[in-house]
Design a protein around this ligand. Structure first.
Ligand code: AMP
Length: 462
């Protein structure tokens, strides 16, 4: 959009210290595109039409500048009313929005209240009586409060309509128009919708005055052609599981993400030792090294390229068959960006994430943001992996992390099969024996992603 300039750091967006502190405490470093576009515009006092859905960071895109505008013009909240009114289609969303205002505004001392149906009126009436700075409400219950003269909205300075297209689906347009009719004419309006059906376009035209527009691609659409899978595994067995994935020849060109630069080096060395040609790229490598690694990966000489998020930013390689999250990213949006490296140019792609118990919270965030439940399989307590890890630990106690005991020399680069036998060439008993019918990963996943070998305790997790 022409009215706004995309900026890359929160401090560049003109936000005040208490907000920057709260953002830093939340671990947010970079604004999402909708935030970079919307925040400066809303700070200016302009109306905004935001085309964005959940997962794009739109809540902070309106909550941060609203908090700042309220702080710039301190005044008591109007009795029985509020200074900022956010209308939300569902109570779950209303609660989340209120929580976001509390989180981002935690150093500012504003009052936040929610109003939605299905719960007692009493506490809401009480909360409204003295007036609140920020009120987040679903339309139906708010109308009840207006009718009962418990709520009076003639002091509203900013109106946010969130997920407007959902409002339409739920039949909330008439109550919204009734609520808006009680608001003062002079106010700022922020309007968010993932899609723009005609009715919503009409409502936007009624509410907004010369709005700036910010439109971002919904995160979830980038993942539709990518088959995704989660493998739960212990942190210290991830390497072994990763090497096992490469036993499937279809895992022809894999981009593997680690959280740290050292982690990237360690994983690449381990794979190399296991007979899988691998290299790493990250910020500590010279430009020349990075270019060579990338060229070898593109040419197919290197089967696995291990990268950190930052180093991978410029990588645009066609025919990446698999993206593997060796570590989950800290920011859910990075998951979408990472897996978007596969399934380029109309091809299908696969994304496998190795998730240890301490990463469950990150996984939850990712599933929330991408609005999906990723098929998951449990490889914890897997005896084959455990046996291999134990062998490697005893034979190379210091360097187990860097080089497995039975390197590629013994097997002529044919994958990790020979390595896994602990010197005898065979698989550990648990993984060898007849597990017919137990290859549930291949059977019950959306599609088999590489050969995740059958294991005794391999079971889908929902
Ligand atoms: P939303 O689209 O508002 O529902 O936000 C989706 C998720 O992204 C929420 O869990 C937010 O906490 C998170 N989030 C929002 N902005 C950022 C950011 N700039 N950096 C990291 N996470 C963010």
């Amino acid at each position: 959009m022409k009215d706004c300039i995309a900026l890359t750091h929160f401090k560049d967006l003109g936000l005040i210290k208490p907000l920057l502190t709260a953002l830093a405490e939340e671990g947010y470093t970079t604004p999402t595109p909708i935030q970079a576009l919307a925040i400066p515009t809303v700070l200016e006092g302009r109306d905004l039409l935001g085309i964005a859905q959940t997962g794009t960071g739109k809540t902070a895109a309106f909550a941060l500048p609203i908090l700042q505008r309220l702080a710039a013009d301190p005044r008591p909240a109007p009795r029985r009313g509020c200074r900022a009114l956010v209308l939300s289609p569902t109570r779950e969303l209303a609660s989340q929005i209120a929580e976001s205002f509390r989180t981002y505004g935690r150093h500012m001392g504003f009052s936040v209240a929610v109003v939605f149906g299905g719960v007692k009126y009493g506490p809401q009436v009480k909360a409204l009586a003295a007036g609140v700075d920020i009120l987040v409400a679903t339309p139906g219950r708010l109308i009840d409060h207006i009718n009962e003269k418990v709520a009076n909205l003639n002091g509203v300075e900013v109106l946010v309509l969130d997920e407007a297209d959902q409002m339409l689906d739920l039949g909330f347009l008439p109550p919204i128009r009734r609520i808006v009719a009680t608001l003062p004419k002079k106010r700022q309006n922020l309007f968010f919708s993932a899609t723009m059906p005609t009715e919503i376009g009409k409502l936007a035209a009624e509410l907004l005055v010369n709005p700036a527009q910010a439109s971002v691609a919904p995160a979830a659409t980038t993942v539709t052609r990518i088959t995704q899978q989660i493998l739960f595994v212990e942190t210290d067995r991830k390497r072994q599981l990763l090497a096992e994935l490469f036993e499937d020849a279809r895992m022809a060109r894999a981009l593997i993400f680690t959280r740290t630069k050292r982690g990237a080096d360690r994983v690449a060395k381990y794979l190399d030792g296991a007979g899988v040609k691998a290299d790493s790229i990250h910020g500590d490598k010279s430009q020349g090294q990075r270019e060579r690694a990338l060229a070898a990966f593109k040419a197919g000489h290197v089967r696995a390229l291990v990268a950190t998020d930052i180093a991978a930013r410029g990588i645009d390689v066609d025919a990446v068959s698999h993206v593997v999250n060796f570590d989950l990213p800290n920011v859910p949006e990075s998951y979408v960006h990472r897996i978007g490296r596969t399934a380029r140019a109309g091809a299908d792609g696969h994304a496998v994430s190795l998730v240890s118990d301490d990463e469950r919270g990150l996984l939850k965030d990712i599933q929330k943001v991408t609005r999906q439940t990723i098929p998951a399989f449990d490889r914890r307590n897997d005896r084959a992996l455990g046996a291999l890890a134990a062998v490697e630990k005893t034979t190379m106690p210091e360097k187990a992390a860097q080089r497995p005991a039975h390197g590629r020399g013994a097997q002529g680069g044919g994958g990790s099969r020979g390595r896994r036998g602990g010197g005898g060439g065979g698989r550990p008993a648990q993984a060898q024996g007849g597990h017919g019918g137990q290859n549930r990963a291949a059977n019950s996943g959306p599609r088999a992603i590489a050969s995740t070998k059958p294991a005794a305790r391999w079971s889908p997790v929902d």
